[in-house]
Write a protein that binds this ligand. Structure first.
Ligand code: FMN
Length: 256
């Protein structure tokens, strides 16, 4: 009897120690994973404006230079995100989770960007300069050929010129559609005009060579017409009247 009790107590102690170790490791790993996700996100946001920063520098830069806000796409204004769930917070925004939630999403006309729903709220990142807001970064999402593409598009202070683009999520074929995430293709966007003087979206990804006199055409990727078309549609949609267009117009007229 005594032996059995002793064996039982050994088994219990070992399992207690093991469960403690496993739980502690899981908690530590989860924290680390969250930190890595956060880091990855802010590095992509910074990369959209041409800043390539390592971990701690990225965090410092992001905190010092970026104001992340949540805008209501219907009201064209920013709102207080604090009562909203984590997937709607600008720093932890999850487009797909927000699109799935019936309270926080709405349907999109079929065929526009290949998605059925989109969030009612979207994050916008303001880059602070020495004299106020320097650049504005928006999240853009749409379907490519095989996958959902997500990227950050940065506009210069004039809210017309493209400062940069960064695709941080895509599952297109490497060497074909996957080229949208290459530095070479992304660099083609810099300096292009997204809007005409009337505020209409003019930026477009074209098949074949661009008109050398055009300031708003991007050459599509050869052999990846469908991915290129997806990018064209998503950029035009998000900058247009159903996306950030009205919000950007308000910013332009407010002049800040
Ligand atoms: C294995 C394979 C992978 C492909 N991956 C892509 C892709 O990622 N993006 C894309 O637009 N087209 C891709 N395509 C090509 C499309 O099927 C289609 O032919 C192409 O988009 C037409 O573009 P083009 O007119 O520039 O040739 C792929 C084709 C094959 C056979």
């Amino acid at each position: 009897m005594y032996r059995m009790l002793k064996a039982l107590s050994v088994v219990l102690s070992v399992s207690l120690v093991c469960s403690f170790v496993v739980t502690t490791t899981a908690v530590i790993l989860e924290q680390r994973q969250q930190r890595n996700h956060y880091l990855e996100r802010i590095r992509h946001i910074l990369a959209a404006v041409g800043v390539d920063a390592e971990d701690q520098d990225a965090i410092t830069l992001y905190r010092e230079a970026i104001d992340a806000v949540l805008i209501d796409l219907r009201l064209d204004t920013d709102i207080d995100p604090s009562p909203l769930p984590e997937f709607l917070q600008p720093d932890t925004f999850d487009f797909l989770a927000a699109s799935r939630h019936p309270d926080y999403s709405e349907t999109i006309s079929p065929g526009l960007i290949g998605l059925k729903r989109r969030p009612r709220y979207m994050p916008v990142y303001f880059v602070r300069g020495e004299e106020g807001i320097d650049r504005v970064i928006v999240l853009i999402v749409g379907k490519g050929l095989w996958s959902t593409l997500q990227g950050y598009l940065a506009l210069e202070k004039d809210l017309v010129t493209i400062a940069g683009i960064r695709f941080f999520q895509q599952g297109e074929t490497p060497g074909l559609g996957g080229e949208i995430a290459s530095p070479r293709w992304q660099s083609l966007w810099q300096g292009k005009q997204a809007f005409d003087p009337d505020g209409q979206v003019v930026i477009e990804v074209v098949k074949g060579p661009v008109d050398p006199d055009s300031s708003h055409q991007i050459e599509g990727i050869s052999g990846a017409t469908l991915t290129s078309r997806g990018v064209n549609q998503m950029v035009r949609y998000w900058l247009g009247p159903d996306g950030y267009g009205p919000f950007l117009n308000r910013l332009r007229t407010r002049g800040d």
